[in-house]
Design a protein around this ligand. Structure first.
Ligand SMILES: [Fe+2]
Ligand SMILES: [Fe+2]
Length: 281
């Protein structure tokens, strides 16, 4: 039986049932005391509970067609990890919106209608391709978040950083699960790349709509200085959080690309070390 899982043997996809007390931080501009930077991360969080349910469903759809026991185990681990992420970010989102007067139903309604459209117009394989693409984006953002130069390290309260880094580490552990399933069921390179172009567009629009909603409620929507700083935060040379992941993002369009061509095990080991220390403290 061919081995279809490319997750390294020393990287178990193991769900960790973690809870983080971030209520206090969420009532503030917790990222660098900056409204745009905070809204950007909060808007990403808004997309997770529904987005990650879509990922779980897209991958689980193919579980019965996979014979490789290792990949089957990876799929179970993936669903478990994304399940805990959903729960933590749901709590995060509800606490955030209550504390700051944001309209969670309205933001989620947009996402729901996008997902409904995906079910209506995309085949299961196309939804899996979209999932693999979004998982690559998540993984390269995660890579950046676990890097020692990540701006969040000096700019966020400890519990908030711990939550985002836990999520980031598990995203790295399961970064090729959807991808390996996509390959195992015969997904083409052409569809894979097309899905990435579409997924990038929808994700960026969704996050930006969340940012707009939050800044409008904060009465900072027309603060141009804030937007200029936000632009640098995303795109400035060397430091912009999207600029930093650009070359890793582009790799997805290379024929024969696989997520584990980027060996991110040292980052995972570094996180695990810090985590052990944090839990002992
Ligand atoms: Fe996740
Ligand atoms: Fe994920």
């Amino acid at each position: 039986m061919p081995v279809l899982s490319h997750t390294p043997l020393d990287v178990p996809v193991r769900p960790r049932n973690r809870e983080y007390d971030v209520a206090q931080a969420l009532a503030t501009d917790w990222f660098d005391q900056h409204a745009f930077k905070t809204a950007w991360f909060n808007a990403m969080s808004i997309t997770f509970p529904l987005g990650e349910k879509f990922f779980i469903d897209s991958v689980r759809y193919y579980l019965d067609r996979i014979d490789d026991p290792k990949l089957k185990a990876d799929i179970r681990g993936f669903c478990g990890q994304e399940g805990f992420h959903r729960r933590e970010h749901q709590r995060y989102n509800e606490t955030l919106c209550k504390a700051r007067g944001y309209d969670l139903d309205r933001m989620e309604a947009r996402l729901e209608s996008n997902i409904k459209r995906a079910y209506r117009f995309l085949s299961p394989l196309e939804r899996l391709a979209a999932t693999a693409a979004l998982e690559h984006i998540t993984a390269i953002m995660a890579e950046s978040a676990l890097n020692e130069n990540d701006p969040m390290i000096d700019s966020a309260p400890a519990a908030m950083r711990a939550l985002w880094q836990w999520h980031a580490a598990e995203e790295l552990e399961h970064k090729s699960v959807a991808f390996d399933v996509y390959r195992a069921v015969g997904g083409s390179e052409r569809l894979r790349k097309r899905a990435m172009r579409q997924a990038t567009f929808f994700l960026m629009v969704d996050v930006m709509m969340g940012v707009l909603h939050m800044l409008r409620k904060d009465r900072k929507l027309w603060n141009l200085r804030l937007w200029a700083q936000g632009w640098s935060f995303l795109f400035a040379k060397h430091v912009g959080i999207l600029r930093r992941v650009w070359s890793a993002y582009k790799e997805y369009y290379r024929n024969g690309f696989h997520p584990w061509h980027r060996d991110t095990r040292p980052l995972l080991a570094g996180w695990q070390d810090n985590e052990d220390k944090r839990l002992l403290a």
